[in-house]
Design a binder for this molecule. Structure first.
Ligand code: MRU
Length: 373
């Protein structure tokens, strides 16, 4: 991986995300191109892009959260699969297909919770298996086209989520969000933040409360950066302040993203989301989950089957390089939790808002025609 030198897009702390940025992009053609991504671990103080030209660097970029957020992980993995597919040359179709399968198997071990990762890799595998290309090179071209399609479809789904979700927002509403479900977590525009961007574009002047999101501070580092960069009124709060802010009547809706949604609507998202949903219910505030169809896992009846990633204790005891707990203390660090469907007022998808949330309503919504690009 290489850092992109000066001259490439820059967006420092003061500038925020005012300039358009590309979270995940492919540079060049299938045979010689590379995957370029923003290194999100460096935001908001530095805007650095990394280039990946082998499967291990893509795996590591996902693992260490250089690229993170369920849809963005899926897009990165799809491009990573292209990189893997060409790794043994393109002498024949069987070689490319076999290399793709091995790369997909490796990338699937990077993180367990976001289903978009597995969804995107399955899609790449299916194309490789079904494709009748005559040469390895043509198959590789087809695989890159599929990865690009996954990214393009994600962009379109996020726009549609924004349009549907903005209808739930009234002028001047206070909206609380947790973690980062913005353009940095998707191919572009976001899911939960798409609702906010869209409401803002409609002149509804949303006032956003961003939970800082311990332990890795995606809310402080990424959400605040994205929203401030777009001129949106954003106020950063510690996670522990959400109850007080709600009690003071400052929040009219909660909107969060998701990493995996089971058939009954139970939704996994960044650790802390479940607590926010409980608080929202207590204060009579609607709690919405915004997610594209690629985030649903209808093979799981409910959220009890969603694998929850456990991350390194050092994220809790010495996040960002400074020790804040005694040496040797026991740590439990689950990266996600599952909000029960009963606490969710509606799920905002690219096909419309599912409300009330039920398996029947989810299956009916997902079975419909796809969003217009
Ligand atoms: O660990 P992360 O930063 O990948 O967690 C991300 C989240 O939990 C997001 O809220 C979720 O992926 C939705 S992104 C549109």
């Amino acid at each position: 991986m290489t850092a992109v030198p000066p001259g490439e897009p820059e967006a420092g702390p003061r500038e925020g995300a005012r300039r358009r940025f590309k979270t995940v992009q492919w540079i060049g053609d299938a045979a010689g191109g590379r995957l370029r991504m923003i290194d999100q671990t460096r935001l908001p103080t530095e805007f650095v892009e990394i280039d990946c030209e082998d499967v291990e660097s893509v795996w590591w970029a996902i693992k260490r959260l250089s690229v993170r957020g369920a849809p963005a992980i899926g897009v990165a993995a799809a491009y990573g699969a292209v990189i893997g597919a060409r790794s043994r040359g393109t002498a024949d179709v069987a070689t490319v297909r076999e290399a793709l399968r091995d790369a997909a198997a490796r990338l699937a071990t990077s993180r367990p919770t976001a289903v978009n990762l597995f969804w995107a890799l399955d899609r790449m595998r299916r194309v490789a298996d079904a494709e009748t290309a005559e040469t390895g090179g043509l198959l590789l071209d087809r695989l890159l086209a599929e990865a690009r399609a996954i990214a393009d479809e994600d962009r379109a789904m996020c726009r549609a989520i924004g349009r549907h979700g903005a209808e739930l927002i009234s002028k001047g509403d206070g909206i609380l969000t947790h973690c980062n479900a913005g353009g940095l977590a998707t191919a572009d525009y976001g899911t939960a933040l798409a609702v906010i961007f869209s409401a803002h574009e409609q002149g509804k002047s949303p006032r956003v409360f961003a939970d800082e999101t311990r332990p890795l501070l995606q809310g402080a580092r990424l959400t605040a950066w994205e929203l401030a960069g777009q001129g949106i009124d954003v106020t950063l709060i510690c996670d522990s302040m959400a109850a007080q802010v709600m009690k003071e009547g400052r929040v009219q809706a909660v909107v969060v993203g998701a990493d995996r949604i089971a058939a009954n609507g139970d939704a996994a998202n960044k650790i802390g989301t479940y607590g926010v949903a409980v608080l929202a219910r207590h204060h009579g505030i609607p709690f919405y989950v915004a997610a594209p169809s690629s985030t649903f896992d209808l093979s799981l009846a409910d959220g009890s089957g969603i694998p929850i990633e456990e991350r390194d204790p050092s994220e809790v005891t010495e996040g960002f390089g400074r020790r804040t707990a005694p040496e040797g203390v026991g740590v439990y660090n689950p990266a996600f939790d599952v909000t029960p469907a009963g606490l969710i007022s509606g799920i905002i998808t690219e096909r419309g808002v599912v409300s009330p949330v039920s398996e029947k309503a989810i299956r009916a919504a997902l079975g419909g025609p796809p969003a217009d690009p």
